[in-house]
Design a protein around this ligand. Structure first.
Ligand SMILES: [Mg+2]
Length: 226
């Protein structure tokens, strides 16, 4: 049976980007920026430097590799559990030039878990920017797990489902768009997708029962019993 496809973001969903990037940035600049300072995911505002410099630092950070960086809590077991019932793909806003370090890290902690990996790139610096929603649609994914409301709003508008991951200061939202559910951690994500599978199974069983009844009624009618 073909598995349904779920797209998974990398940074702040699998990989603790801000905690690790700020360590790197602080070491270079002698600053003491922490995750608590990130009330928005617009790094240039938090770091007080232009966007092109932010991008250079991000490339420098990934070029240094991710040795010793552990995934977010429960991510490994949750991905292993979900991959039994779903096909998982990576859809990240990391740039294709960050692919080597990212793949190396994903292969270390999530070996064989993702059938494909798409490096969409950070849209303001891409020549031909694409949305994660369009990548999900192009690759048959019905849902995206991501910490960015922007990405999930675009998924919702495209008729896709999504999980807004984490209770982060940059993704606070009173109302979520249609088809989007907030999950605070990976155990909630697993429960969410298995609830969807249960509902779909129940609907399938109910449809099968309905078809069976329709067949029986047709047979009785053919025999003249009805
Ligand atoms: Mg992210």
């Amino acid at each position: 049976m073909t598995k349904k496809i779920i797209a998974v973001d990398v940074d702040e969903v699998l990989f603790p980007f801000i905690p690790e990037f700020t360590k790197y940035f602080n070491a270079i600049h002698g600053t003491s920026i922490s995750q608590n300072d990130f009330v928005t995911y617009e790094f240039e505002k938090i770091l007080g430097i232009p966007q092109d410099e932010v991008i250079k630092h991000m490339y420098g950070f990934t070029d240094a590799g991710h040795v010793g960086v552990e995934p977010l809590a429960e991510a490994q077991s949750a991905i292993a559990t979900l991959s039994q019932s779903y096909e998982l793909i990576v859809v990240t806003a990391r740039n294709p030039r960050q692919a080597d370090a990212t793949n190396e890290w994903l292969d270390e902690f999530f070996p064989g878990a993702f059938s494909r990996k798409h490096f969409v790139g950070y849209s303001p610096v891409m020549i031909n920017p694409v949305t994660k929603a369009s990548v999900c649609q192009a690759h048959g994914s019905f849902a995206l797990i991501d910490d960015s409301m922007t990405n999930l709003r675009e998924c919702s508008a495209a008729g896709l489902q999504g999980v807004l991951f984490g209770n982060y200061s940059w993704n606070e939202a009173v109302e979520l768009p249609p088809g989007i559910t907030r999950c605070r951690d990976w155990s909630e994500v697993v429960t969410h997708f298995f609830d969807i599978a249960d509902i779909e199974d129940a609907n399938k069983r109910s449809n099968e029962t309905e078809c069976l009844f329709e067949d029986l009624i047709r047979e009785f009618k053919d025999e003249g019993s009805l």
